[in-house]
Design a protein around this ligand. Sequence first.
Ligand code: DUC
Ligand code: ZN
Ligand code: ZN
Ligand code: ZN
Length: 485
Amino acid sequence: MSTTVIKNGTVVTADLTYKADVLIEGGKIVEIGLGLRGDEELDATGCYVMPGGIDPHTHLEMPFMGTYSSDDFESGTRAALAGGTTMVVDFALPNQGESLLDALKRWDNKATRANTDYSFHMAVTWWGEQVFNDMETVVKEKGINTFKHFLAYKGALMVNDDELFASFSRLAELGATPLVHAENGDVVAELSARLLAEGNTGPEAHAYSRPSQVEGEATNRAIMIADMAGAPLYVVHVSCEESHEAIRRARMQGKRVWGEPLIQHLTLDESEYFNQDWDHAARRVMSPPFRNKKHQDSLWAGLQSGSLSVVATDHCAFTTEQKRYGVGDFTKIPNGTGGLEDRMPMLWTNGVATGRLTMNEFVAVTSTNIAKILNCYPQKGAILVGADADIVVWDPEKEKTISAVGQQSSIDYNVFEGHKVKGLPRFTLSRGHVAIHDGEVRTREGHGQFVAREPNATVNKALSKWKALTAPQPVQRTGIPATGV
Ligand code: DUC
Ligand code: ZN
Ligand code: ZN
Ligand code: ZN
């Protein structure tokens, strides 16, 4: 079998920084050391050799708000590789009444085109005996241990608290982890109706309809419900201090709660919606919306202190034409922004180069922590002998100005347009295949494989006192009044 060696670089992992060559054979790392030789040599002089990024949150070719997100598993994972990301985790979304297994088949089919390895979270979009039963098969036979719940999108994807508690309880039983999109969907629906009635139809009203309190409330509620169900909890796209605060508090109390900010919320703010032309603002409509500087500072502080664990994109790309479905009614603007190609360079530039994050922390929040939480470490997220050779050779001196021109994503704009980044991949390897070679795209459609993830044994049960304190104890009473006399 032919071998590839990455030579003369500095290996950077979540723990360590050291000079070493990395030898790859059969898609795996087989040796790490000095003076290694291989059939193919990749020169990493001046570069950092890091675990490829994992994006735990993408929506590729997703049916949503009357259309489909425009990047599919081919263009989306090509964009990922160009930006140093070597694995994506997408959401399989069952229709109302559809079995989880049928939904999964549809996502399996879409993903056959992937250029990177991938996994799925299963979404719980309705509740019933079928979902309850399917969950066991999904966890035990399909290699999926994470289930997403939407507290927003009333009348479509939203689940109510009774369903949430039932689902979380079932997942706790199965050793699976619930994920939550935490926004109070009832309040959002009410605020949206009021804004429209007052004639606020433009994209900025989207931001007004989803203030940070709707996120704070829902995050707190989801944490409490998870605690009562004895389940851990992963909160997706944490965008504000209220939500971060709830997560911080939960973690200090010993609850297994993880928070995931997005690169968009870390680097773009609400000014993108105001005093901007319609297209500019609508292209940036996503849920939760961009926030002010105070919230951004909170998210950065969370990454620094470890109260927030990972950085994702929620990549859900719509063209300008699709965004224009919402002219005259902001509630019809498809929600979503792209970021797969830009997450790593934007985080490096705004995080590592500014001194907010160390290189090791960068690896942790873009890759290793994600692999650990989702339970695919050290197959993914590691530079270790035996790990998959999903590797990015990172050139800290390489610069560009982000632009839709020349990007891999199939949409016609980029929300980071004009942002300068310094720190980009020289090579990106997907299970040993050199998919990005010094700016040249050599991706292979269909190269990606599904990554199965076992359930986790680590649930909240041992940490939360709630169950022990309130476990029902039948009370022995005397003097019960006679009835039916
Ligand atoms: N938010 C978005 O902006 N798009 C996809 C789904 C979501 O929750
Ligand atoms: Zn969401
Ligand atoms: Zn999402
Ligand atoms: Zn290959």
